[in-house]
Design a protein around this ligand. Structure first.
Ligand code: PEP
Length: 274
């Protein structure tokens, strides 16, 4: 069975002060979901150290928002996968649509970044998705298959199957527009079918999460389909109440019955109950 996962993408938001306040509230509120759901927080690079320390032994993982396609050297402004791994990152977003659109990351570039993340021993979260124009022209799956194929051609289907695929329709990210539960389920099914065709078992084993204006009010219906293994959450991950309500919706949609005390008393984190 695939374990559900909730990933917070803070994008370029936060400060030392606000991160601390947000995390203290968030950790308290996420307490009931630790066992049932994997959770990762992806802050901007400068705050990795701070967030890593605040997460401590809570069981919530640290993630990053991108990694360089190069190993090291003369790449001003880039951050290598091995540096991120050294900082304690377990997950790295790769190919987010904001990177593809605003920073011209091509499929080939994204595949090279994916490869570095795998080589450094972390789990890539490969973001794929179509623009509104592409959806209207019935090209959704063709676009996503092209994005997946670039990674498969570079690192192989086994690496992709061990990663996480985030289906993020470009038109739904940060816009307040959400894909309908039917559109999400259908696209996830298409992705799974494509992976299964590439390698038997790959469709079943790969976690496919949805991202695009997920909020407390729409989370339960978006997570309802068995095709959806969790969420990649942008704007709503900047509010403890919203993010934890999304976690609650995910746990309700994929219950496994566990609700240990969290974080462990021994972690030393002084967090309030509400
Ligand atoms: C994202 O940044 O990946 C995202 C899904 O953002 P939002 O939830 O704000 O649409």
């Amino acid at each position: 069975m695939r374990k559900p996962i909730l990933i917070a993408n803070w994008k370029m938001n936060g400060s030392l002060h606000s991160n601390q306040a947000l995390l203290v509230r968030m950790l308290a509120k996420l307490r009931p979901f630790r066992k049932a759901v994997d959770i990762a927080i992806c802050p901007p690079f400068p705050y990795l150290f701070q967030v890593r320390d605040l997460l401590g032994y809570t069981g919530i993982a640290l993630g990053a928002q991108n990694a360089s396609s190069a190993v090291s050297g003369a790449h001003t402004g880039e951050v290598s996968a091995t540096m991120l791994e050294e900082m304690g990152c377990r997950y790295v977003l790769v190919g987010h649509s904001e990177r593809r659109a605003s920073y011209y990351e091509s499929d080939t570039d994204v595949a090279a970044r994916f490869r570095q993340v795998v080589s450094a021993g972390m789990t890539p979260v490969l973001c794929v998705g179509e623009t509104l124009e592409e959806r209207e022209q019935n090209e959704t799956l063709a676009v996503i298959e092209r994005q997946l194929r670039a990674v498969i051609d570079t690192t192989g289907i086994s690496s992709l199957a061990g990663s996480i695929v985030a289906y993020e329709p470009v038109w739904a990210i940060g816009t307040g527009k959400t894909a309908s539960p039917g559109q999400v389920a259908e696209t996830h099914r298409g992705i799974r079918g494509f992976l299964e065709n590439c390698q038997r078992g790959a469709g079943d084993s790969t976690r496919i999460v949805y991202g695009g204006s997920v909020k407390a009010v729409n989370a339960a219906e978006l997570f309802q389909s068995e095709e959806v293994d969790g969420g990649l959450i942008g704007g709503a991950s900047l509010q403890a109440e919203e993010f934890s309500a999304i976690g609650s919706a995910l746990t309700g949609a994929k219950p496994d019955g566990s609700s240990d005390s969290f974080p462990p008393e021994s972690s030393g984190l002084a967090i309030p109950d509400s």
